[in-house]
Design a protein around this ligand. Sequence first.
Ligand code: ACO
Length: 380
Amino acid sequence: MADELKRGLEGVLVAESDLSYVDGEVGKLVYRGYDIEDLARGASYEEVLYLLWHGSLPTADELDAFAADLAAERDVDDDVIETVRALADAGERPMAALRTATSMLSAYDPESDESDEEATLRQGRRITAKIPTVLAAFERVRQGEEPVAPDPDLSHAGNFLYMLAGTEPDAVSEETFDMALTLHADHGLNASTFTAMVIGSTMADVYSGVTGGIGALSGPLHGGANQDVMEVLHEIDASSKDPVQWVKDTREDGGRIPGFGHRVYKVKDPRAKILEEKLRDLAESSGDTKWLDYTTAIEEYLTDQGLVEKGIAPNVDFYSGSVYDSLGIPVDMYTPIFAMSRAGGWIAHVAEYQADNRLIRPRARYTGPEDAEFVPLDER
Ligand code: ACO
């Protein structure tokens, strides 16, 4: 029905895409047909980027060349780093700083005004390579430290952790972070990807699409939830409150439990399952099971309360924060890290959509007054 109103575009099909598929009823996610679990456990983030951008998994030679090209683009112009310093000094929030810096990066891209598919992917490669440099520099400056230059010999995941800490990460940290990047790389037409696509559908450049995607992802109903989850866990810890009591109090006050519920998943998010397992491994090897204990208690309680059965189950954000915490990453960097990974998906969707573009332009049902009589300003 042409005039049927679908609030929040729920369930509305607006495009065809080969990129990723989410089956919310059974909790399945695939990128170009490959199960997320296989990719998370068996492929690096660089392989996943190649898959999303070029349509197939790379051979070893293709991957080497692709990863080298990506690593070669990590340096960021000094002007951008100076802006990042100014933003950090002004106390800007990390997602807002990332939004500003990503937009600024286009000034230093020699082909930022080109929007054919190949140019979009080259610009996308530069954006994807430079976002970690920008984020790590922002965090270092905030901590009163100098930014660390990227190391082209390290992987995408390893280099980010290196630029953040100033020392090379151990193998488990690098592998864990790489897995988290893979898990967040794409997810159908979520709010931020759709935002990037809407912008791309005007044939605007991919910098605009990614900048818009960052803005959409920053909200607490979307990417901001991973930070909220960790803040709750810290709050529970600081107040020595029983996690279940915190949940009861929050629900009594009509609040939502961050990290639970999803527009598409009606069962536990498959990414949450993988991250939960990772958290369990990390907790067992470090002997520090605090976050695992709290999250398990909350999930068990909400399961007993029938929430999970009603489809309000743990989403990816419920476990990602605890995993990042174990890597020593500050809480307000969690959503920017989500953006760092999802940029790969935004770029893939913009390139795919623009290849067979149709301007996205829905309608609203008008509910305002009709025939209002205009009164000139000096007579009002
Ligand atoms: N805690 C408690 N109740 C919840 C939660 C939650 N986290 N999520 C949904 N509900 C309840 C709602 O109160 C509502 O109940 P009602 O029908 O009695 O009013 C019902 O479930 C349906 O909720 P909607 O808001 O209609 O569902 P929607 O599909 O719009 O929401 C959303 C999805 C926004 C993610 C929601 O579940 C939420 O706010 N979750 C918490 C924030 C969060 O974790 N966001 C991350 C999502 S994943 C991601 O973006 C990476």
